[in-house]
Design a protein around this ligand. Structure first.
Ligand code: GAP
Length: 552
C-alpha cells in the first residue's frame, strides 16, 4: 500500500468512526479541543470490551495456583484503583517533576508550538516567486510535522509554486529531524506553518504534567498535578497491598485508568491524546528472577494482541538497544503496530514492557534517585547536601518468609494504552470486500472484522417482514439474548441486505433472521459476518449457539 493509500485508508477509518458513533472530536459543537476525544455508543462498547478483555486475561481469569505456559513460576495478580491527583511529592520522587519534559520549539510568527522531535525537514535550494518577481536562489531547511508529502507542500508554499511543479524542487540530502539541525542554523529553517525562514525559537523544555490547584486558597503551594501515568499509584500502594492482601511475590498489581499529558503536538487521531487511558501492570519479583519475568511478560503481552485479532504482519516487538536502556534495566521492548497514518514499514507504540529494577520503590523510600558518577543509582542532593526531594522514609522492602530474606523487589512493567489498543483494533478490523446486494449484484462492502470478544454488538436480530408473526418471534429471540447479557441489536428497517451491511460496517459478527421458516419449522438463519455462511438453528438454541461462538 502506498503512502497515499494508507492515508486514504486512515481518512476512511476516521470518517467511519464519526459516522457510526465510535469516536467524536471532544466538545465538537464548540469547535473541539486538540488532543481530546469522546467515544460514542459503539466506541464506548468497543473500548470497554478492550479493557474488560485485558482485566479478564490479566486478573480475573488468572490462575495463581499453577505457572501459566512460559512463566517461570505461579504468581498472583490483583487490581487497585488509585487517584488521579496524588500528593505532589510522588511526582518529585518519581522524577516526573524534573524530567517529564519534551523539548519544544515555538514559531514566533505562526504562534504555534511544536515538539522538537516531531518536526522533520529537508534542505532545498530555489528561487522564490511572487507578484514582484523572482528572488536569487536561497538555501533553506523546509519543515513540517510529517514526512515528504507535507514537507513538499510547505516547500511549494514557501517558493510560491503550484503543486504541478513539485518535481522541479531541488532537494539536497534526505528528510531529517529538526533535532539534527544546530541552533546556529535556525535562521535558515522554515517552520511548519511559517512563510519566512528564521521564525523558530531555540528548543526549550516543556513539562507535560497538567497542573491544578487543590483547595480554596489557590496559592502556588496548593499546586498539584493530574497523573501522567497510573503506575505511581501502584508503587506508592505496594506496601498497603502486601500488608493487607495475603499476597506473596511474584505479584502483579494492575490498574486501569485515565492519565493526562499536555502533549505539545497531539496528533494521529486518538494515538497521541492529552487525556487517555492506561492499562498497567507492575510485576514485583526477586531481583535474581527478573530477567526471566521480563522475557515472559514481553512475549505474553505480544501474544495478547495477536489473540484478539491483530495480524502478526502488522505487529512487532522492538527491543530497545542496550545503549538506550537505563543502567538498572536489563530490557525494554515496545510492542508496535503498523498504524495506517504511518508510512509503510513504520510502527507506532502500543505498549512498553520495561524492566525497571528497584528504581521506583527505592525512589519512594529514599527520595529522587539519579545515576551517580560510578554508574550506580544514588539519591540526588540539593546545594545543602540534603536529598533534593525527600522520599516517604517508609520501608518498602519485602520479606520472603521462605528464604528469610528481605529485599527491594524488582519490577517488570507492561504498560499499555487502552485508547491506542482500541485504535489499533479499529484499524486492523477495517476491511473492504465484495458481497451481493439485495438484487444479487456484487457491491463493495465495508466490514469491521472485530474479534467477537471485542465487537461492540455481538449479534443483530432481524424480522424479515413486519407482519406474519416475524416481529413477535424476533423480539422473543432478541430478549432471550439480552437476558443472557449479550449485547444485541434489533433492526426491522429496510431490505435485509441493507440491514446486513449496516451491521457489517460496525463489526457485528452474527445476524439472526426470523422468517417464514421460523414460524413454520421453528428455525432461524444465522449469518456469519466474515464467511457470509448462513446456517439454520432452532429458535430455542439461538442464545446457546451465540454464547458457544463467543466462547470459541
Ligand atoms: N508507566 C510507564 C508509561 O507510562 P509510556 O510508554 O509513557 O510508559 C505507556 O506509556 C503507554 O500509554 C503507551 O505505550 C501508550 O499506549 C499509552 N500512551 C502514552 N502516551 C499517550 C498519549 N499521549 N495518548 C495515548 N496513549 C498514550
Amino acid at each position: 500500500m502506498s503512502h497515499t493509500d494508507r492515508s486514504e485508508l486512515m481518512d476512511k477509518i476516521v470518517s467511519l468512526c464519526k459516522r457510526r458513533g465510535f469516536i467524536f472530536q471532544d466538545s465538537e459543537i464548540y469547535g473541539g479541543q486538540n488532543g481530546f476525544w469522546d467515544y460514542g455508543p459503539l466506541g464506548t462498547e468497543l473500548k470497554r470490551n478492550v479493557r474488560d478483555a485485558w482485566w479478564q486475561d490479566m486478573i480475573s481469569r488468572h490462575d495463581p495456583l499453577d505457572a501459566p505456559e512460559g512463566a517461570p513460576a505461579a504468581f498472583q495478580m490483583v487490581g487497585v484503583e488509585t487517584t488521579i491527583i496524588m500528593n505532589p511529592q510522588v511526582w518529585k520522587c518519581s522524577g516526573h517533576y524534573d524530567l517529564f519534559v519534551d523539548k519544544m520549539v515555538d514559531c514566533k510568527v505562526a504562534k504555534k508550538r511544536y515538539r522538537h522531535d516531531h518536526v522533520n525537514g529537508r534542505w532545498i535550494i530555489g528561487k522564490r516567486k511572487s507578484k514582484e518577481g523572482e528572488t536569487d536562489p536561497v538555501r533553506v531547511f523546509v519543515t513540517a510535522v510529517g514526512e515528504m508529502p507535507e514537507i513538499t507542500a510547505q516547500a511549494l508554499a514557501f517558493f510560491g509554486l503550484k503543486k504541478k511543479y513539485a518535481d522541479r524542487l531541488e532537494w539536497e540530502g534526505e528528510v531529517i529531524s529538526l533535532t539534527e539541525i544546530p541552533v546556529e542554523e535556525y535562521s535558515s529553517v522554515v517552520g511548519p506553518d511559517a512563510t519566512e525562514a528564521g521564525t523558530l525559537t531555540e528548543p526549550r523544555d516543556f513539562n507535560l504534567m497538567f497542573k491544578t490547584i487543590i483547595g480554596a486558597l489557590g496559592t502556588e503551594d496548593d499546586t498539584a498535578y493530574l497523573r501522567p501515568e497510573t503506575a505511581q499509584g501502584i508503587f506508592v500502594n505496594f506496601k498497603n497491598v502486601v500488608d493487607s492482601s495475603r499476597v506473596k511475590l511474584p505479584l502483579g498489581i494492575c490498574q486501569v485508568g485515565k492519565s493526562f499529558r499536555n502533549e505539545i503536538t497531539p496528533r494521529n487521531f486518538t494515538f497521541r491524546s492529552r487525556e487517555f487511558e492506561q492499562m498497567e501492570i507492575e510485576f514485583f519479583c526477586t531481583p535474581s528472577e527478573s530477567q526471566e519475568w521480563y522475557t515472559y511478560w514481553r512475549n505474553r503481552r505480544y501474544a495478547w494482541y495477536i489473540g484478539l485479532g491483530i495480524d502478526k504482519e502488522n505487529l512487532i516487538l522492538r527491543e530497545h538497544h542496550p545503549e538506550e536502556l537505563a543502567h538498572y534495566s536489563c530490557g525494554t521492548a515496545d510492542i508496535e503496530y503498523a498504524f495506517p497514518f504511518l508510512s509503510k514499514g513504520e510502527y507506532g507504540e502500543l505498549e512498553g514492557v520495561a524492566h525497571r529494577g528497584d528504581f521506583d520503590l527505592r525512589s519512594h523510600m529514599e527520595g529522587k534517585l539519579k545515576i551517580g558518577d560510578d554508574g550506580e543509582l544514588e539519591v540526588e542532593l540539593n546545594e545543602h547536601g540534603q536529598p533534593k526531594y525527600r522520599g516517604s522514609g517508609k520501608d518498602l522492602s519485602y520479606f520472603d518468609d521462605q528464604t528469610r530474606e528481605r529485599f527491594i523487589p524488582h519490577v517488570i512493567e507492561p504498560s499499555a494504552g487502552a485508547d491506542r489498543a482500541t485504535l489499533a483494533f479499529i484499524c486492523e478490523a477495517y476491511y473492504e470486500d465484495e458481497a451481493p446486494d439485495d438484487k444479487g449484484n456484487m457491491k463493495t462492502r465495508v466490514v469491521m472484522k472485530f474479534h467477537p470478544r471485542i465487537a461492540p454488538i455481538k449479534a443483530a436480530v432481524f424480522p424479515l417482514v413486519k407482519k406474519d408473526g416475524h416481529p413477535e418471534k424476533a423480539k422473543e429471540v432478541y430478549r432471550s439474548l439480552k437476558a443472557a447479557g449479550i449485547n444485541v441489536a434489533y433492526d426491522a428497517q429496510g431490505a435485509i441486505g441493507r440491514r446486513y451491511r449496516r451491521q457489517d460496517e460496525i463489526g457485528t459478527p452474527w445476524c439472526i433472521t426470523i422468517d417464514g421458516d421460523t414460524i413454520e419449522n421453528g428455525t432461524v438463519t444465522i449469518r456469519d459476518r466474515d464467511s457470509l455462511e448462513q446456517v439454520k438453528v432452532k429458535v430455542e438454541d439461538v442464545t446457546a449457539e451465540i454464547q458457544r461462538r463467543l466462547n470459541e
